[in-house]
Design a protein. Structure first.
Length: 274
């Protein structure tokens, strides 16, 4: 385990996500994208300086950097330039937490971003050459990045055309949350790229921790998005028909709902009784 290098990319993740001190949610949105890109760029520089990197791995890191920059910039433009979205975000987020909470979260997400990118940087620091897992992983990464980018673009265009309804065209015909699907695919690719490169229990734990956490965040994000959609569009027949016929996250798998309003209502009633 190259602890010195891990320390370097951890610092890079912290620097690139520090805008969360301005607005807490940015630790997990804008800062997330730029932190991933920062880790990738620093890894390339380190690899070139130590001659421990090779073309296929450079491509993997470039894909990672492009993914992070694209995502971070998209979120930055949306949160600063879209007044309607900013209003919704203000309602969801509420007041900013205390500084000590921000510091703890900042450090934790820094660790998380290092773990998420483990498939690539452990391959480099362990001196493992290119193999099928790396190539397959990069292909999955590219597919995931393209799906997410296309989803964001299609959603923005459709919401501009019809702000009174969810996006339902393009990739949204396959699943209701194709952007989250793209992100899961991307990180699946990163994790797969390192399958033959992880050495020791700590590296496996780090890689699986990062992957499981991001998948959980995406599934929970899809659940919360569905909750918001039901509150805004749940009385519209067009939305009901769409949500009952289009899988929420995985194409061709008949899982249509992650949020159950009736179950949520019962939980709130039990909480109120206490």
């Amino acid at each position: 385990m190259n602890w010195a290098f891990l320390g370097i990319i951890f610092i890079a993740a912290l620097v690139c996500s520090c805008m969360g001190f301005k607005r807490f949610v940015w630790f997990l949105s804008i800062g997330y994208g730029y932190a991933v890109a920062g880790i990738a760029v620093v890894s390339i520089i380190y690899g070139l300086a130590t001659k421990s990197i090779y073309p296929a791995l450079i491509i993997g890191f470039i894909v990672c950097a492009a993914y992070g920059i694209r995502l971070g910039t998209f979120l930055l433009k949306r949160e600063l330039g879209n007044k309607a979205y900013k209003k919704v975000l203000d309602t969801k987020v509420g007041s900013e937490p205390p500084m000590f909470v921000k510091i703890i979260v900042w450090l934790l997400v820094g660790v998380l971003y290092v773990c998420q990118t483990a498939g690539l940087h452990f391959r480099m620091t362990n001196g493992i050459g290119a193999d099928a897992c790396l190539y397959i992983g990069i292909i999955i990464m590219i597919i995931g990045a393209v799906v997410e980018a296309m989803s964001d673009k299609q959603k923005s265009a459709q919401k501009a055309e019809r702000p009174d309804m969810v996006a339902m065209k393009g990739l949204f015909k396959l699943v209701r949350c194709p952007n989250y699907l793209g992100e899961i695919l991307f990180w699946t690719g990163v994790t797969v790229s390192g399958i033959t490169a992880y050495r020791g229990i700590l590296q496996w734990v780090a890689a699986l921790l990062g992957y499981v956490c991001i998948v959980y965040i995406m599934v929970d994000g899809a659940k919360r998005l569905e909750q918001g959609h039901i509150s805004r569009y749940g009385d519209k027949e067009e939305y009901i028909k769409y949500s009952e016929s289009t899988p929420i996250l995985i194409p061709f798998i008949p899982l249509y709902h992650l949020y159950d309003p009736a179950k949520d209502k019962k939980k709130k009633e039990k909480k109120d009784d206490k």
